[in-house]
Design a protein around this ligand. Structure first.
Ligand SMILES: N[C@@H](CCC(=O)N[C@@H](CS)C(=O)NCC(=O)O)C(=O)O
Length: 238
């Protein structure tokens, strides 16, 4: 069985958290919306009345007869299937908890360039974006990264990963967050990273995983852009 991933074409976005897990798992998947008539296929799934449990928004993952949505939920599923999460209930819940915290962070990143409405252009909410980004950069980046630094320090399993003694999907997602924040807020990140050496080290550990390194060097990894989740608007990187 091949997984089918449905995500908006042309951007990494939230789909990238799922891609990283699929790549690390060496799972067979089709990135449907990147293929021919991709966006139409995505819209068809979103509007398909035959799906009894429809997802609200991409990313969506079709796994056989299962239609899954919500990034953290998809990763919960993939983690269990592909050894990217612990086997114990407490370990799976802890990994999920970390992923949900990453989802909160991601929502706040989106709010730095779209603080008023997703349906409006950035240019129509620039003043509000500036205020939102100022607080995000000053307070939220250090608070979130500081939290993950503490989690890394307290993990008794193995130095260098968030949960237990093996790499999990939460590690892959934290890599993506650091990578995205570096792109969007390079100045703020230079400051924040001085206080969070374990988070920086985890980014490097993930980057060097053979499957991830091969993926990052491939054309499957899309370049960042100002249409994505992490956008480089220098005026927001106070
Ligand atoms: N909490 C959801 C958020 C999903 C989401 O906001 N998806 C965006 C693209 S990254 C979207 O298409 N949203 C459409 C909408 O909210 O109307 C997740 O983590 O998957």
């Amino acid at each position: 069985m091949k997984y089918e991933l449905y995500y908006w074409p042309g951007i990494q976005g939230r789909g990238e958290f799922v891609r990283l897990a699929l790549e690390q798992a060496d799972a067979a998947y089709v990135d449907v919306a990147r293929g021919k008539n991709g966006e139409a296929k995505l819209m068809r799934v979103l509007e398909d009345k035959a799906i009894a449990q429809p997802g609200y928004a991409p990313p969506l993952l079709k796994a056989g007869s299962l239609h899954l949505a919500q990034t953290a939920n998809i990763l919960f599923f993939l983690g269990a299937r592909h050894g990217l999460a612990p086997k114990t209930e407490s370990g799976r819940l802890w990994t999920n908890q970390l992923q949900l915290t990453i989802a909160d962070l991601v929502e706040e990143v989106h709010g730095t360039h779209h603080p008023i409405a997703s349906s409006l252009y950035y240019e129509d909410q620039k003043d509000e974006a500036k205020r939102a980004a100022t607080a995000f950069v000053r307070e939220r980046i250090p608070k979130y990264l500081g939290y993950f630094e503490r989690v890394l320090a307290r993990n008794r399993g193995r130095q260098g990963v968030l949960v237990g003694s093996r790499l999990t999907y939460a590690d892959l997602s934290l890599f993506q967050v650091v990578d995205g924040l570096r792109y969007a807020f390079p100045h703020a990140m230079r400051r924040a990273e001085k206080e969070t050496p374990r988070v920086v080290a985890l980014h490097d550990v993930v980057r060097r995983q053979p499957k991830i390194a091969a993926y990052l060097a491939s054309t499957r990894r899309m370049p960042r852009s100002e249409n994505g989740l992490f956008r480089r608007y220098p005026e927001l990187d106070a």
